[in-house]
Design a protein around this ligand. Sequence first.
Ligand SMILES: [Zn+2]
Length: 289
Amino acid sequence: MIKETKIYQVLARIKRNVRLIIYPKPKAQYTYREFCKMLTKTKGTFFKYDEIDYHKTQRFPFELSDSFVRNKKVCFLRHDIDHDPFIALKMAKIEAEYKLFGSYYMLTTDTDIKKIWDKKRVKSLKALKEIQDLGHEVGFHYDLLGDYLETGKDVGRICEQTLAEFRAAGIKVSGCVAHGSGRLSTYLSEKKIKDYPRECLNFNIWEESNEKPGMVELNNRKVNIPFLKLTDYGMRYEAYKVRRNYYHSDNGYVFWQHGDPIETINDKMDEGEVTCILVHPYVWRKNMG
Ligand SMILES: [Zn+2]
């Protein structure tokens, strides 16, 4: 049985690589280093999420305190490390050269990353600490709902254990951001649920980012979605739920989703508004500069 799974995995990897040779992933028209240079020439003020004080308003679970946004075009450089912390470290070094500092969130579960994380845990934590030492923030990128639906395990404990490992390595985690879980989409489609229910978005597991506990129907069975409190885990924000007026991402190797971030900062943003630029370090691995 194990042998069969292994053969299947090897075949799947070969298939993926062949597909990548025939249809290579697109690259941005500039390197990441050039992108950093462009960002430094804008009028944006770059913050890390952990530098800001937040409060809840009717519209936003995490509104920024006025002193941070007044007379500024507030920009966040958010990095979702879905794959490889070592590529993220390269990116963090380039940004630091340009005095750009942002927030890096590390995923430790979900299909691809679990293999890297389990095999290279000590080295990975060292790379993350190095990212922090360069002046960036390091936080938790999580798929706790995927963990829960796949294994039925107590995700509060998983969260606690992961954060304990981060903190034991000297990483000061004060916030997190949800992973758009591939595993969760696959799981739900296997259950013949086509539309991703709102309750199955990872960030809805936090009391601070949601009004009430969620429930989802799977195979005619009602399943309660875990409902946790950020503060119980020493965290004070969920970056997904922080107010943003503009959002650009390199998701799916598109440069960029929702238009060009440089244009947004220069021409569209008003002072007091917030832009989040989401980058996936892995997407730039062949175009770092
Ligand atoms: Zn992710």
